[in-house]
Design a protein around this ligand. Sequence first.
Ligand code: HEM
Length: 447
Amino acid sequence: IPVNQEMIAELTAPPFVPQPVGNRLAKKLIVDMEIQELELEMMNGVSYLYWTFDGTVPGSFIRTRVGDEIEFHLKNHPDNKLAHNIDLHAVNGPGGGAESSLVAPGHETVFSFKTLNPGIYVYHCATAPVGMHIANGMYGLILVEPEGGLPPVDKEFYIMQGDFYTKGQYGEPGLQPFDMQKAIKEDADYVVFNGHVGALLGDKALQVEVGETIRLFVGNAGPNLVSSFHLIGEIFDKVHVEGGSLINENVQTTLIPAGGAVMIDLKVDGPGDYILVDHSVFRAFNKGALGVIAATGPKNDRVFKGKIQEGIYQPEGGIIQKMPGSGTAESTEPVAALSKAEKLEKGEHIYARTCVACHQGAGQGVPDVFPPLAKSDYLNADIDRAIDIILHGKSGEITVNGKKYNNVMPSQSLDDAQTASVLTYIYNNWGNNGTEVTEDMVKKVRL
Ligand code: HEM
């Protein structure tokens, strides 16, 4: 293909990757992706509302070479509820593209970048609440091959680890909503490869032949946990440390930071199941981080000899035991009520810490995504409703100052005094009606 010609990028769903770039010249590559919010199975009997790039977790694999000019088309499916964007770690530019790609449902955004640094890079959504968008599955990998391409191998696979936070504990059946508090505490219910428990097990195990050269592109989305990535029964011949140009050899377990990736080259020396795990091992056997590379081919007694017992290294489930007396004690200390001046001061700090990311510095909000708190008819019309939104969050369509919003605000986990303070601050600024909210008013709504 001649230089400068445009090419539509081949994109693949995990665990597969597009054709290698080989020795083609740099060119303009058009990447077309669509964000889809979908209810999918987390494990047998458990479903989850995933937010995805192209309908899979992780999203489509993008394969480029250094010097390519990428024209990125990001669509947000019209049935989606939320605005999204994309931050690609392969980008040299503001927000990794996130600052140029915020897109509302039913719309498309376009931005361009040149791939300057070879390596394997994570991409993810970076719309507030950022952690929630990643936790719900909005991530994937983009490979930038060096000039001339990576050394050829027989088989390549795409794997990505992610941690999930659900209201119910591991295995609790039904549609499980996202749990913000567990996410903040980094207390994952599920830690999985490729978005689901068992995505690389049984008939979905990665199939290889003994002696084939295998390359794994392995990313870790987090949002919280660092992976101690390990293959039970084999040794990684080569690891591109942190996905960069440094190659380490003969590695047993490689660290993959949240928001990082590695390239691993290996060969399996005999037939059997080789088990991929996060070697923080409760995650593997109790939270889902298990996969299999299934190798067929001739036995090699020179390398390994012994009887084979099936059923070693099985998932063990996640029965969580509460230790007696481990509940958190509520403070019963009486506290003097705050004056209005104290609430205004405290409220300003709380606003700057927790609300500003979405509602912006002067309460002006973000068009189509985050409603304004400045001169908000919605806010001024109903104080109890505003308190309820802070305590419990809000989703679904609302109309503020004549404009419709349909998004998700997480509950803010503020105590009564903090809630009273931040609302008093908002009601007494930016043209609102001057209400003073008391702790008693908050208590009544909390009950
Ligand atoms: C809606 C207050 C933090 C996203 C609202 C509303 C209020 C409010 C009063 C009702 C609509 C209006 O009057 O404009 C606050 C306060 C916060 C806070 C006091 C901090 C303590 C956040 C954060 C986010 C967020 C951090 C984003 C992660 C939203 C969204 C809506 C909303 C998306 C509309 C929900 C819907 O479409 O149903 N907020 N908010 N808010 N807020 Fe917040």
